[in-house]
Design a protein around this ligand. Structure first.
Ligand code: GLC
Length: 537
């Protein structure tokens, strides 16, 4: 029987962070033409959808997440013609493009904000959030207060991120209509959907201190769906770092939320101290990690849809965080199978497919990320010694995943022929795409093969999930099954051998593995082993 599976459920989504992907005009900054030159690379890896981080006009205080004109392309990245060429180039290869939609805030250089500042009687003043006092007391995600004083107006504006990213006032109907118009104009250009930046925050009620998953979230999402998304065959993913897993299930099961899936962050707090900021690090708790995944499968069993990801431009590199740089290839391969054997749409962040790792700059000056630099100042004021701050930055700083893509072993890793905006990771001599592609045992080939298998068997898309070793913290073994197939995923999460016992292996054959190994009821798994078996093939 023909199944009716929505295309975005088994699409492989690849995130491009344009600043760091490929520089085509020798200015040290990645650009659209650079991306266009790599479309065959993406196609041959198996990419179906590219999610492009923002390329709109921006003063780049937060690397493009501070937009000064939603309708223009940042000249740093190219022109509108280049963007159209990218869309057409993707479409002609059977791939799609989703853009970043950043509408919780604008840049302070957006004409709306400039008008709001210069002319408090203009209609744009109310496009932003103001108060006479810096109250209620709310902290910015990027350190310090979320209220910024404007002397000539004698009041404060609200910014949850940098002070150069004033939050929009979603209660203003005219502002919302302008945003909807802008969204429609991008969809009409051929864009296939959006990754909606911190979208849960548009529902906030600031003056009553309600920020995450706020009281107006559904109201505005429903309206946006009605005005923009209804009837269009697109895919939207809402970044919702602060919502619960249950809410993610709920929101993605309502058609008019406009959200096909969310980025929900429960699995990313397993290496930070409870109730503290991300900078308060602790070793990864793998049992907690597994429990988050297990719960996801319960929640999404009947309704809604999930996304699968371990890293992005805000998160550390997955090998450095959940794997082991000393077992870079094996642990990199294991992480791919561990996460993408699960149910949900897979998202790969640029560079993960070639097993890139995090960065440790000696000098604070090498860091460019506004969040990291603000944190350094805040932590100093809190009395943290330099070494402790640097340790937290080494493990959690956002520049970890933003260093230029390592294409080959030529100067600047083949990313550019001049010094890039952010230093290249010095390990590019041994970790780069050229080497990975030429090595059959690489992270690249293992993961490419995994995605081929994922597409060949529906069980990975619609199959149920059952964890076979819930109590174990060193291994993650689970099954996926539907009416036609059964898949068995075995992973060793550690750098030590692990003995495991399996009840039922009859009929299973290994289809992918990072060791030459046989399936048996009692097995000794080598470090970071990753074994995928399917029954009846
Ligand atoms: C999202 C983006 C992040 C950005 C923030 C503010 O979390 O992924 O990079 O700094 O929103 O737009």
């Amino acid at each position: 029987m023909e199944k009716n599976i929505k295309w975005w459920k088994n699409a492989l989504v690849y995130q491009i962070y344009p600043l760091s992907f490929k520089d085509s005009n020798s200015d040290g900054v990645g650009d659209l033409k650079g991306i266009i030159s790599k479309l065959d690379y993406l196609k041959s890896y198996g990419v179906d959808v590219v999610w492009l981080s923002p390329v709109y006009e921006s003063p780049m205080d937060d690397n493009g997440y501070d937009i000064s004109d939603y309708t223009k392309v940042n000249p740093l990245f190219g022109t509108m013609e280049d963007l159209q060429e990218l869309i057409d180039g993707l479409h002609s290869r059977g791939m799609k493009l989703i853009m970043d939609l950043v509408v919780n805030h604008t840049s302070d250089e957006h004409i709306w904000f400039k008008e709001a500042l210069n002319n408090p009687n203009s209609k744009y003043h109310d496009y932003y959030i103001w108060n006479k006092e810096a109250k209620p007391e709310i902290g910015s995600v990027f350190s310090g207060s979320a209220w910024e004083y404007v002397e000539h107006l004698d009041k404060y504006y609200f910014h949850l991120f940098s002070r150069r990213q004033p939050d929009l006032n979603w209660h203003n109907k005219e502002m919302r209509e302008e945003i909807y118009q802008m969204i429609n104009s991008w969809l009409d250009k051929g864009v296939d959907g959006f990754r909606m930046d911190v979208i849960e925050l548009i529902g906030k009620d600031v003056l009553n201190g309600k920020i995450g998953d706020g009281p107006y979230l559904e109201t505005y999402l429903f309206e946006m769906w009605e005005r923009c998304f209804k009837g269009r065959d697109i895919m939207n993913i809402g970044e919702m770092g602060g919502i619960s897993q249950e809410r993610a299930g709920e929101l993605t099961s309502i058609e008019n939320s406009g959200l096909h899936m969310t980025f929900q962050f429960s699995h990313l707090s397993v290496d930070q101290e409870a109730w503290k900021s991300k900078w308060h690090i602790k070793p990864v708790d793998f049992k907690e990690l597994k429990n988050v995944f297990i719960k996801n499968h319960e929640i999404f069993k009947e309704k809604g849809w999930n996304s699968l990801f371990l890293s992005n431009h805000d998160q550390p590199r997955q090998i450095s965080r959940f794997g082991d740089e000393n077992y870079r290839v094996k642990s990199g391969q294991m992480l791919f199978l561990m996460i993408y054997g699960q149910k949900g749409t897979p998202y790969v962040y640029q560079g993960e497919e070639i097993g890139m790792t995090g960065i440790k700059f000696d000098d604070l000056k090498s860091y460019k990320d506004v969040e990291t630099l603000n944190w350094y100042k805040e932590a100093t004021q809190l009395g943290w010694p330099h070494e402790r701050i640097m340790k937290s930055i080494y493990s959690k700083g956002r520049d970890n995943s933003r260093t230029p893509f390592q294409w080959n072993n030529k100067p600047f890793a083949g990313f550019s022929d001049v010094k890039p905006w952010l230093e290249v990771n010095p390990n590019y001599q041994t970790i780069n795409a050229e080497l990975e592609l030429n090595d059959d045992d690489s992270v690249y080939h293992f993961s490419k093969r995994l995605f081929e298998i994922r597409k060949a068997f529906d069980v990975f898309t619609d199959g149920e999930f059952k964890c076979l070793d819930q109590e174990a913290s060193s291994t993650f073994i689970y099954k996926r099954f539907n009416q036609t197939h059964e898949a068995l995923i075995i992973t060793n999460l550690t750098n030590k051998e692990q003995e495991i016992h399996l009840e039922e292996i009859k009929g299973f054959s290994i289809v992918l593995s990072n060791y030459d190994i046989k399936l048996s009821k009692r097995m000794i798994l080598p470090p970071y082993a990753a074994i995928l078996s399917i029954k009846g093939v």
